[in-house]
Design a protein around this ligand. Structure first.
Ligand code: ADP
Ligand code: ADP
Length: 227
């Protein structure tokens, strides 16, 4: 069983076919999604993150059906981290408060374990000392790291990152690379980016989308060879 199995997945918005009968599977390791604006990258990531459903085709996450029961969906979401392109921070939350709020949404009801896990992910992204700061007072890069921290909650088996390197400086990019390669051993990491350098630095596998279909699927070396 692959962590992510997409079979003939189609999604349309009005007359726009954002994804057109896409077949893809993902298992452990880091995969980069490349493609021009409007290629369908965000749509694909949102489907894998269970944030939207497909119109047709089959989506299997950790062998489960995200359109199944509430219990099935909750079971998937506990093992899935998602960093959307834009993340809203309700109210005037602290970094800690925000990450804990996401943990509560995952229905982690044991408070002591929850607090320990929130501290762990904030330290993992280097925000241990900033935990009590309000998100609104953090820099753009720090805010992105808060967003990354919530995606890392519970050491997920599927991690979906929509343009995670946007707004990061070279040092932060190197830190992200270290975090992801540590995870890639046991987690299916899917990330989208516009930067080919990111792909070379971060990804073992590359999938190129254009017009809602897969145009390339292979290693970075093969991609460079075909370019
Ligand atoms: P990418 O992330 O590669 O830029 P998207 O998945 O965001 O591509 O978009 C794929 C296509 O679907 C585009 O033509 C886009 O305009 C359209 N699209 C995406 N989301 C919506 C939406 N919520 N409403 C209408 N059209 C959308
Ligand atoms: P519950 O907390 O509802 O009893 P479980 O204890 O069965 O759920 O946890 C299921 C999985 O979810 C665990 O394997 C663990 O990785 C994760 N998990 C549950 N609660 C927490 C928590 N508070 N902090 C971190 N991970 C948790």
């Amino acid at each position: 069983m692959n962590a992510v199995e997409l079979t003939a997945v189609t999604k349309t918005y009005g007359r726009t076919r954002a994804l057109d009968a896409v077949d893809l599977t993902f298992d452990r390791g880091v995969t980069g999604l490349l493609g021009p604006n409007g290629a369908g990258k965000t749509t694909l990531l949102r489907i894998v993150a269970t944030s939207i459903g497909a119109d047709s085709g089959d989506v299997r996450l950790l062998g489960r059906d995200p359109h199944g029961s509430h219990a099935e969906l909750t079971a998937i979401r506990r093992e899935l981290g998602y960093l959307p392109q834009e993340l809203g921070y309700p109210g005037d939350m602290t970094a800690f408060g925000f990450v804990e709020y996401v943990a509560v949404l995952k229905e982690w009801n044991d408070r002591r374990r929850r607090l320990r896990e929130v501290r762990r992910v904030l330290e993992l992204v280097g925000l241990g000392t900033m935990a009590t700061k309000r998100v609104s007072r953090l820099s753009g890069g720090q805010r992105r790291r808060v967003a990354l921290a919530q995606a890392l909650l519970g050491d997920p088996r599927i991690l979906v990152l929509d343009e995670p390197t946007t707004g990061l400086d070279p040092t932060q990019r190197a830190d992200l690379r270290r975090t992801l390669s540590a995870l890639g051993g046991h987690c299916a990491v899917l990330l989208s980016t516009h930067q080919t350098e990111d792909v070379a630095a971060l990804c073992e596998r590359v999938v190129v989308l254009a017009g809602g279909t897969v145009r390339f699927d292979g290693t970075v070396t093969d991609l460079v060879a075909t370019a």
